[in-house]
Design a protein around this ligand. Structure first.
Ligand SMILES: *Cc1c(COP(=O)(O)O)cnc(C)c1O
Length: 428
């Protein structure tokens, strides 16, 4: 494939944008080479500035569960925009989408909208700290909760890719209040709870992890966390920015039957526009300003265009829950197909999958936490990534990312993907 125009655009971008990108992992640093500049996309396909076509598994990093430029979302945004793009006042559509979200997700009474997943997680933790009047939090190595200071302690996703999990600029004061546990290891959590009794406000995690590749919780892990939180009087926060409305209408809570105290959303809830949200039972949510003392605000929060996109997306998912079954079946088909050709071509691998999230790890042992995810062979991943790209398959440019399937993918697309994996894996 020819990437001439992408290359020129990247050179120009680097002159005026740090690294040429507005979010680091887009720069291809982990895999080498230069990023593609995308011109347009529709359904399951993206087209770059040189006219190359790709089957897309990045999915804008998760939001586009119904495919690119999904007509009901696009039309809702256009119609709304004609009537004004922002007022800084309450609008009816904010209540409409809040009612719908609360009806779809178990165990929440109220929801507040923000502009990104980062904001949602950051605000949820502030609320937990205020509500419990305690300062420390527990997070898990390899879980990513956005780029706010408290979370940049062994975070997943781009932070891992760049090998700078502890970013300069995060103060010691902030870092000391974030305690680190091991994913899928209840003992590591209980040790921290015991050693810091009465000081921990909350435990935050990705209930199905997706930012160290896809790592589902082991049997009993989430149930065990719920029990520990009750025992030690600590709030449990599910960061469902990735899993919310993607794995089921009610997200991981519905899928696993485990209740969280606060739930964070992003990605799918905005239909591809910049939206985040956090939600909980009334007692907790009313602790937020203006009813309560914990401050949180946003000039563009609940923005009409973003709400219109989110409402169109959630409505479609709520009305057609069979999408989740069909997505899980497609993902299973892809899993089997890829596993078959990797085995045939003698490539050591482990594949993790849950719902429409899947990741291929070039690792020998089961990938169950950050340490085992980091054992994957990155040189093999780089070759795999570039080989797939050359064959028109676009996966995330990092071994620590999940592939997302969209409803727009056909079985022909999946077969084409498996055929490309077959071709590429012969040369690994
Ligand atoms: C993407 C993501 C975030 C951050 O969301 P942004 O919109 O990028 O700020 C937080 N948590 C999880 C689990 C995510 O996948």
């Amino acid at each position: 494939m020819i990437y001439k125009r992408s290359s020129e655009l990247f050179a120009a971008a680097k002159e005026v944008i740090p690294g040429g990108v507005n979010s680091p992992v887009r720069a291809f640093n982990a895999v080498g080479g230069e990023p593609l500049f995308i011109k347009e996309a529709k359904g399951a396909y993206m087209y770059d500035e040189d006219g190359n076509k790709y089957i897309d598994y990045i999915n804008s990093w998760g939001p586009l569960i119904l495919g690119h430029a999904f007509d009901p979302v696009v039309n809702a945004v256009i119609e709304k925009a004609k009537k004004g793009t922002s007022f800084g006042t309450p609008t009816e559509i904010e209540t409409t989408i809040a009612e719908l979200a609360v009806s779809m997700v178990p165990n929440i009474d109220k929801i507040r909208f923000v502009n990104s997943g980062t904001e949602a997680c950051m605000s949820a933790v502030r609320l937990a700290r205020g509500f419990k009047n305690r300062e420390k939090i527990i997070k898990f190595a390899g879980c990513y909760h956005g780029h706010s200071d408290s979370f940049l302690i062994q975070a997943g996703s781009g932070a891992v890719t760049f090998g700078t999990p502890n970013s300069p600029g995060v103060t010691q004061g902030t870092a000391k209040d974030t305690l680190l546990a091991t994913y899928n290891d209840l003992e590591s959590v209980e040790d921290l709870l015991k050693a810091n009794q009465g000081e921990i406000a909350c435990i935050i995690l990705e209930p199905i992890a997706g930012n160290m590749g896809c790592i589902p919780p082991k049997e009993g892990f989430l149930e065990g966390l719920r029990k520990l939180c009750d025992e030690y009087d600590v709030l449990l926060i599910f960061d469902e920015v990735m899993t919310g409305f993607r794995l089921a209408r009610g997200g991981a809570q519905e899928l696993t039957g485990v209740d969280a105290d606060i739930v964070c959303f992003g990605k799918v809830i905005g239909g591809g526009l910049p939206v985040g949200a956090f939600a909980a039972r009334t007692e907790i949510m009313d602790y937020l300003a203006p009813t309560g003392p914990v401050y949180q605000a946003g000039t563009l929060s609940g923005n009409p265009l973003a709400m219109a996109a989110g409402l169109a997306m959630l409505t479609e998912l709520n009305d057609n829950p069979e999408i989740y079954t069909s997505l899980a079946q497609k993902t299973e088909y892809l899993h089997k197909g890829i596993a078959e050709v990797l085995i045939k071509n003698n490539v050591t691998h482990t594949i993790n999958r849950r719902g429409s999230m899947i990741s291929v790890h070039f690792a020998e042992e089961a990938v169950v936490d950050f340490t085992s995810a980091a054992k994957g062979n990155n040189d093999t991943f780089k070759k795999f990534f570039h080989g797939l790209l050359e064959n028109g398959i676009y996966i995330a440019p990092s071994a620590f990312e999940t592939w997302f399937l969209t409803d727009a993918l056909s079985y022909e697309d999946l077969d084409a993907t498996i055929a490309a994996v077959d071709k590429v894996s012969k040369e690994l």
